[in-house]
Each structure stands twice: as C-alpha cells, then as structure tokens.
Write a protein that binds this ligand. Sequence first.
Ligand SMILES: C[S@@+](CC[C@H](N)C(=O)[O-])C[C@H]1O[C@@H](n2cnc3c(N)ncnc32)[C@H](O)[C@@H]1O
Length: 265
Amino acid sequence: MKVPSEQLAKMIKCNQFPRSANYEPVWVVENQMGPNALWLMEWLCRDMDLKPRMRVLDMGCGKAISSVFLAREFGVQVFANDLWISASDNWKRICEAGVSDRVFPIHAESRSLPYAEGFFDAIVSVDSYHYYGTDDLYLAYFSKFVRPGGQIGIAVPGLMQDFDGEVPEHLIRKQKSGGVFWVEECWSIRTLDWWKNHWGHSAAMSIELGDSLPDGCRLWLQWERAIDAAGANIFPSDEEVLEADGGRFIGFHRLMARRKEVEPR
Ligand SMILES: C[S@@+](CC[C@H](N)C(=O)[O-])C[C@H]1O[C@@H](n2cnc3c(N)ncnc32)[C@H](O)[C@@H]1O
C-alpha cells in the first residue's frame, strides 16, 4: 500500500457513510473490485428491513467485504455468492474477519443458483446485478429465492440521463491512464427509469423504492483517487472521466422491491 492507513482513512472519509468508516481502510481498499462496496451496501441497507438472524443472499459479493459488513452491522446470516472469486478465497477472508459463524461463501452462477425457493428473508446486491439482471426474464427466476414478503435490493452504477445518439465523447476518450471508461460491458449501465420499468413488469415483486445516490459521481471520484493513490486500482484509473463527467451521466441507482404475499395469476 503506497499510503498509510491514516492517510487513506482521510481520503475516504465520508459523512454519509458512518458505518463504513469503522472498517480498516487498507482492508477495504485491498479487497475492492470497483466502486466502494461498503458505501454502496450502507446506502442500500439504510432503507431495507434487515433484522438479526435473517438469512440474506449477498449476490455478486466479489471479495465478500460487503458480506462481512452485513453480518457485523445487522447480525444477519449471509450467503456470500460470487462467480469470479472462489468460495475458498472468500472463506479465508471471512474467517480472518471473525464472522465464520454467520457468513457462508458460495461459488455459483446467477442463472444456476443452488438455493431452495423462498429460502432468503432478503437479497442484496451491489455493483453486480447489472451484469446479469438486465435480461427480461431474470427477475422472474431470481425472485423465487426470496420468501413472500421478503425484499430484494440492488445498487448499481447508473446513467443519470440517456444519451442523445452517440456515447458522449468524454466517456469513450482514451485517458492518460491508458484506460477507456465506456467499454462494451457498460451497455448494461442504465437509467433509473429504465430499471423501474424493467422491474415494474414483475408479477412477483412490488417496487418500494428507486432513487439515485446524491453526489454519486463525486463519491466515485473520491474513491477512485484514494485507490489510485494507494496503488490499489485493479483497472487503469477513471479519475479523468469522472472529473469530466461531474455527474451529468454517471452515478449510482438503487432499487428495492418486495415479493408479493400472493402472486397474481
Ligand atoms: C464489479 S464486481 C463487484 C463485486 C462486489 N459486489 C464489490 O462491489 O466489490 C462484480 C461481481 O459480480 C459477479 N458476477 C458477475 N456476473 C455474474 C454471474 N453471471 N453470476 C454470478 N456473479 C456474477 C462477479 O463475480 C463479480 O465479483
């Protein structure tokens, strides 16, 4: 780590996320896979009904730091499900974090989940659902795993407005870091209205909340600067694009829906 923990703590200090501030900054930075997973999970869970001992699926948990956060902050049992990161890799981190009695690592693909229908009291996902959940048929499959009355909440990178024609030049410009922000997989980054419409078709789920993170782009930039300074960015830096964007197009959305007690025919 190129900067000491205290300096990193100052760089990622953020009044909106007091719970996240209690986690060792070096641990958070070393285990990041993009935007700050703890900030996104704290934001998402602020309006979810999480109670101790609930069974929660953390879908696309990456290196499971959000799963550790859920177990510590809410006393819930967490199934830390990921594809790119192995269960053994996450189990090591979970044990080191002292939550091996409550967090269970699972390696599974989003379309072949090894859970019983209705098993979870809640499902959460940060910076992951857009990789598979834009499929029209996905929510009908995914929603079966939460019990009737249970919630699904996601926080995803989002478009603050649609493009009028071409992708804006600043998003596809090659940056000094060598990176280009808008790569092929960014086509699954959608507006809040798109997500509301997408989930609005569900027969099983009722949308309870959909909004955007205030100042999301600036927070992403603050985080990007910190991981760059620490030499921990696993991608070429996107500081330049986030600065140029200033929140015109890039930010974060969250969506929350509850499974209906009785599904209409
Ligand atoms: C950008 S990473 C974010 C990880 C973590 N949520 C975080 O914020 O640090 C996206 C995660 O989504 C997971 N993912 C992507 N496609 C998936 C799929 N088809 N099935 C299960 N997980 C998937 C990957 O394994 C990856 O860890």
